[in-house]
Each structure stands twice: as C-alpha cells, then as structure tokens.
Ligand binder design. Sequence first.
Ligand code: PSV
Ligand code: MN
Length: 402
Amino acid sequence: MNPLETVRLDWAFQALDTFKIEVPSWGFANTGTRFGKFLQKAAATTLEEKFADAAEVLRLTGATPTIALHVLWDLPEGIDSIAELKALEKRFGIKAGSINPNLFQDQLYKFGSLCNPDAGIRRHALDHVVDSIEIAKATGSRDISVWLADGSNYPGSQSIRKRIAWLEEALVTAHGELSPGQRLLIEYKPFEPAFYHTDIADWGMSAQLCAAAGPNARVLVDTGHHYNAQNIEQIVAWLLHLGVLGGFHFNDRRYADDDLTLGSIDPYQVFRIFHELQTAAFEGLQDAGVAYMIDQSHNLKGKIEATVQTVVTAQELWVKAALVDREKLAGLQKACDIVAAEELFRGAFWTDVRPAVAAWREARGLAPDPLAALREGGYVERVAKQRELMHGTGHTTASSYA
Ligand code: PSV
Ligand code: MN
C-alpha cells in the first residue's frame, strides 16, 4: 500500500505547519568534551556565522525561525551588541530567541553563582541575569533561560538550605525585572559539574523555585538532565498539570547529559513527550506557550548537518505523535482496554511518516530531503573555505595532542 494512504495527511500537515523549534547558537560552534575539541573548519566563530548557519537550517527545514543566544558567548558587549544583532536578524531572516545568561564560566563562580556564600559574588551573578533580561527586552525575546552550574562536591562542605534561600531571593529580584509577557525559565540538572549536590537538581526543585520567583517563572526541561530510569513524559504531564511547563532543551542521551542528537538513542521517548504536549493542547489544558529548543553540542558530527538532522527528526516524531487518534484513545483508556490502547499508541509511533513529511515539504516549497539538499547545495564546504581564510585552519591533527 502507498505509505501516504496510511497517514492522515490533514493531521500531518497541520502538525508540521505549527511546529517550530529553536536552534542553539552554540550548536554551530566548536565544542567538545572536557578531554578536548576536534575542531571543524566549517564551525561558526562569529555571531554572523551562527546566524548564517541558522538561516541555512531554516531554509532547508522551514521550522527554525529563532536562534537561542548565550550572552557571554554571543553578545560579549552586552546591550551594546544589540545593533549588530538587529542587523543580522534582518539580513538572515532569523530572530533572536531565548536569552541565556552565563552563570558558569567566570572564575568567580568556583563555589557558585546565585548560591555562592559570598554576597558580592551572588550580586555579580544577579547583575548578569538582570543585564540579560535587559538584553532580552532589547531583542524582543520572551524567554530568559537560567541554568546554574551551582552545587557542591563534598558532603558537609556547603549549607544546602542557605543556598536555597539565596537562590529564591535572587530569582524573586530577577523576576521583578521582567516585562509583562517575558518569562524566566528555570532549568534543572541532577549532577555535573557538581557531583555531590546540585542546587537545582530536579523538576520539583525547579517548580518550587518558580512558585517562589513569581507568576512568570516556568520550568525548563532539558531531556539530557535526567537519570536513565526517569519517566520524562510523566514529569512533563505533571508540569502541564501544574501550569508551570516553560519549555524544552531537546537532545538525547544514553547515560547523562550526553548531548546526542534528538531521538538517536530513544525516539519512542521523544514521541511520548510529544504525545503529552499534543494531548494537553487537544484537551485545551495549555496554550502554545511551551518553547521547543534544541540544546546540543556536536562533538563528532558536522554542526550544520547534525542540526538539520535533529530538526528533521523532531518534525517526524512530532507528526507521529499527531497521528494518535486522541478521541479514540481516550475511549480505550476509559474502558481500560490496555492492549487496544497501547496498539493505537504504538501504531502511530511505528507509522512511516517520512513520505508525508516529504509531501508537506514539497507543498510548502521546501526541499523534500533537507539533508540531501544540504549536501547537494555545498553550503558546508563553502563556509569551511571562507572560515578557514577568515580565522585560519581550525583543523587539529592527531599530532597536536602528542
Ligand atoms: C547545561 O548542561 C546546559 O544544558 C544549559 O542549558 C546551558 O545553557 C547549555 O547546556 C550550554 O552549555
Ligand atoms: Mn540545557
């Protein structure tokens, strides 16, 4: 049978028309592991290059109109970088998305940022968050995403409760700086770089901090920031129920925060998360305020290729989730018809949606196969040459590590 006949094309097209996902500026730059970096000639160094790469991903996928910015990496002049940023937005047709303060790379933060026992360091960190909110106002960005590396490595070496109180105090102040319509997203992570306790270790802590901070604070779920056995879709369901789900940093992991490509290890989990989101929307539980962002740093894959692959995967899994007949499923759940409910659910996951997604792309004037189009267009090779001329070789041989 023609695979297109097994798919409700109207559902698939509607799902794809509304699905947008934000790309991270740092996903285009040279990044690595703590053991080293394998430099890539095509990696972006400047903000202009990051915008150019984001525009190429948008051109190929039609789904990535915004780019997440990390303040110290992308806007080192702070608010004074805004004029350049605005010009890039116009030139490349890409908007600045979430603004990410950097509370982890400054030497001052050895013992924490907003949770540091030193009031002066806490103030310095808070000032940076407030500056980031000002930047977000200037860019018109709705979301300021706060992630702290704060925590401790040894039992007894820090007061966990005092640090909670300092954090609450800082977040209340930061929240007070938001414009109406802006949101403070609070990200959690169970460990790394702190290995005994992390100040915001899980979604419950994040949700409590949101409640303390104010009505426009929301939880940010980074899919890599969970232990292996955790049921992330249940966490998502809870956050939807509580009305505090702010957004996602999507990536995949086998062990912890591995920064692997979305869906490369467990696509069924992404499908299950997407199902929770789409069901909540179907039931009118929450408006479309949830931010979908990618947070991946590709160590071995080509940056642009990996980003296109990620977006394509997200689109395919989003469509699969859209194929769940939610009315029918609700009936089966009510009747406790376990096997039929599961088969309906699994059936959507196992449907090959690729022909439907390609049909949507053609209908919307996009390349039917974005990865193939990227290769055929030669963008990566072109920018590799340009960037090598601009910034020097970037290529590291094995002997460099000898
Ligand atoms: C930390 O692991 C994190 O997930 C935060 O979102 C950071 O902003 C991002 O990665 C980039 O390092
Ligand atoms: Mn993240």
